[in-house]
Design a protein around this ligand. Structure first.
Ligand code: ADP
Ligand code: ZN
Length: 628
């Protein structure tokens, strides 16, 4: 019920601890060589079939906007998807409004199309909404594993399938199955240049040198100049790290090979290192070029003991170090890596001759946000009344990717509402959709739940109103959105560089205001505050361990995950102490929130009452309550 969003990162992927040894591989290889010949034929046939199927698929694509319109108009009968894939299969209703019988293969095929879903979560919500509105769409979800989902009818072929799988694995072990994706600006239609990257002026200026080097590596090496082999881009997801790396390739007109750190470690032991080797072999052939490694922390985190999964990681990382030391800079290969957690990286990676240059990319400030919005509205129909500057004002803390997403969602909303152009309210709605999820106007809610939500949100809003450092309330609503039963939106009016201790304490009070509202007015508490508590817990913990704001613990930065020796240094009951301090902060904030609401009980009742009556209160209406 707060509008905070935790960015989930999935870096912590575990890699399977598969203990295949090299000697084993040899044996497997020999026994399978005879089979390979037969199976290669099968595979080739499969590939040819695949190509045909793919071509067919291309013909049968519906774009997302069209799909939404069709769903809205009730033309779609069935949707089938596979877990983990963004591509879905859509079966349209026939001329009589019926879903074609599955036995009628020809008809089913004719009415089935494919579509790519940019944001699956939003899409699922949309389907739910349609269901509520009485537009029933059959929905089928297939498990991730293709081999298993083929079904029991092929059990007879299972041994063959297993052998095929083994051969594929064998190929990949030899590195033939490496997955480096190549983007070649000299043949690509949508070439990316620095013009497509908003803001980041200093960063771009630094990159120009690299562009020049890639264009004429000899010029630099003749001078004896040492050009960086590797550049590390640090920053939150969606801040444009990939974009800027691609723009360098575009400016220099050289190929761009990309791979994600997690791809190196995902399958079998020994594979990671060989993939690194293959990647660099490919790069040498394509040079001058850029090698881009996303999520480098997945392979480049500190080398640890020799246990299980770690050993695999270490091998991959060692291989990367060997490759980077091995190639000559005048070969014209530059490695650009991106990470959100530079502190996790093994120091060896940052030594001269490796990633010796680090560029930190922050979240865009207000001018940059406006520029990003401008860039992404170039190819969209936007009404003249839309003021990108005011959207930039309202979106402090948003990343470039989120801003792009907002404009995209706004375009979809505008299409659904059959507007001629994207209008201001489409964008406002999109901002809310991206931050708190879709509005579920038709969901039936019991009076009791409504009252609870009203007091919860009123609690947040009233408490914030009396806290000096907290942002002004922009909108309070008890219409459910996404997973939240209601929400309070604040007006962020400045980009802050530093946050004071008082401000963080008041933030905690404001976060706990929701629960305090329930407690004071209804003398009961609910599960509705779980997200608030989660955010509050993180703020409180950071105050003590990251920003050293606790009197008792002192001005210290503590990270026991990163450096377990801190415990030895600072005493074993450090964790207990931290726990006590976090608890103290949260309890104090909860008390303050309740005190504030007891004093201003009349306002709490007024806001909650108005919410029950109107479901949504805007900025002016909210202010008016306090001016009486
Ligand atoms: P990262 O690699 O940091 O996670 P990306 O480069 O993949 O982020 O950014 C995702 C998308 O967000 C980009 O494709 C682009 O459309 C948009 N974007 C992010 N930053 C910018 C920016 N500075 N200027 C223009 N678009 C941006
Ligand atoms: Zn809340």
């Amino acid at each position: 019920m707060s509008n905070e969003e935790e960015v989930q990162n999935n870096y912590n992927k575990e890699n399977p601890k598969n203990n295949q040894k090299k000697g084993n591989n040899e044996k497997v290889k020999k026994t399978l060589i005879a089979l390979i010949v037969i199976l290669v034929i099968a595979i080739v046939a499969g590939i040819i079939f695949g190509i045909f199927k793919k071509q067919n698929d291309e013909d049968k694509k519906v774009d997302y906007t069209q799909l939404i319109t069709d769903i809205d108009e009730g033309k779609v009968g069935k949707i089938e998807m596979t877990v983990g894939s963004t591509s879905i299969s859509v079966t349209y209703k026939d001329e009589n409004g019926n879903i074609p019988d599955e036995k009628d293969k020809e008809k089913t095929e004719e009415l089935t199309k494919n579509s790519n879903i940019p944001n699956m979560e939003v899409f699922m919500e949309l389907l739910q909404n349609e269901e509520i509105e009485g537009n029933h769409i059959e929905f089928k979800q297939n498990p991730k594993n293709v081999l298993l989902s083929i079904g029991s009818g092929v059990i007879a072929f299972l041994p063959t399938l297993i052998m095929i799988a083994l051969v594929v694995v064998l190929f990949q072990m030899q590195g033939l199955g490496d997955k480096g994706k190549i983007y070649d600006p000299s043949v690509s239609v949508d070439k990316i240049s620095f013009n497509d990257v908003a803001g980041l002026k200093e960063e771009k200026a630094e990159m120009i040198e690299i562009v020049d080097f890639l264009k004429e590596p000899k010029k630099y090496s003749k001078m004896g100049a040492r050009v960086p082999k590797g550049v590390l881009l640090c920053g939150k997801p969606g801040t444009g790290k990939t974009l800027i790396a691609k723009a360098i390739a575009g400016e220099a007109n050289v190929p761009f090979i990309s791979m994600s750190g997690s791809e190196f470690i995902e399958m079998f032991a020994g594979l990671g290192a060989s993939r690194v080797r293959k990647l660099f072999e490919k790069a040498q052939k394509l040079s001058p070029c850029i090698v881009f490694i996303d999520e480098i922390d997945a392979i480049g985190s500190r080398r640890t003991s020799n246990s299980g999964a770690d050993t695999e990681n270490n091998q991959t990382l060692n291989q990367l170090l060997v490759e980077m030391d091995g190639f000559e800079t005048d070969g014209g290969v530059i490695v650009i890596a991106a990470t959100n957690r530079p502190e996790m990286l093994d120091e060896a990676l940052l030594r001269p001759g490796r990633f010796d240059r680090t560029i930190t990319i922050g979240l865009p400030d207000i001018t940059d946000r406006e520029e990003i919005l401008k860039i992404h509205s170039r190819n969209k129909k936007i009404s003249d009344e839309v003021d990108l500057k005011s959207i930039a004002e309202d979106t402090a803390g948003f990343s470039g990717a989120e801003l792009e997403n907002i404009l995209n969602e706004a375009a979809i909303l505008a299409a659904r509402k059959q507007h001629k152009e994207i209008e201001n309210d489409d964008i406002e709605e999109a901002v809310k959709k991206v931050t708190v999820g879709l509005e579920k106007k038709d969901k039936v809610i019991s009076e009791k739940d409504k009252k609870l939500t009203a007091y919860h949100e009123a609690g947040h809003a009233v408490v914030s109103r009396y806290l000096e450092t907290q942002d002004n309330v922009k909108e309070v609503s008890i219409i459910p959105r996404g997973f939240a039963g209601g929400y309070t939106m604040y007006k962020t009016n400045e980009d802050k560089f530093y946050i004071s201790k008082t401000e963080m304490e008041e933030k905690l009070i404001s976060l706990l205001g929701g629960r305090a509202g329930e407690k004071i007015a209804l003398n009961d508490i609910s599960t509705g505050a779980s997200n608030d508590l989660e955010v509050a817990m993180k703020v409180a913990r950071d105050m003590i361990t990251v920003y050293g704001m606790s009197e008792k613990i002192g001005p210290m930065s503590i990270n026991l995950d990163k450096d377990p020796y801190q415990m030895q240094l600072l005493g074993n009951n450090l964790e207990d102490e931290i726990g006590k301090e976090v608890k103290g902060l949260l309890e104090k904030a909860y008390e303050s929130a309740q005190d504030l609401l007891r004093i201003h009980r009349d306002k709490l009742d007024k806001v909650a009452g108005m919410l029950l009556e109107k479901e949504k209160i805007n900025e002016e209406e909210f202010k008016a309550i306090f001016e009486e």
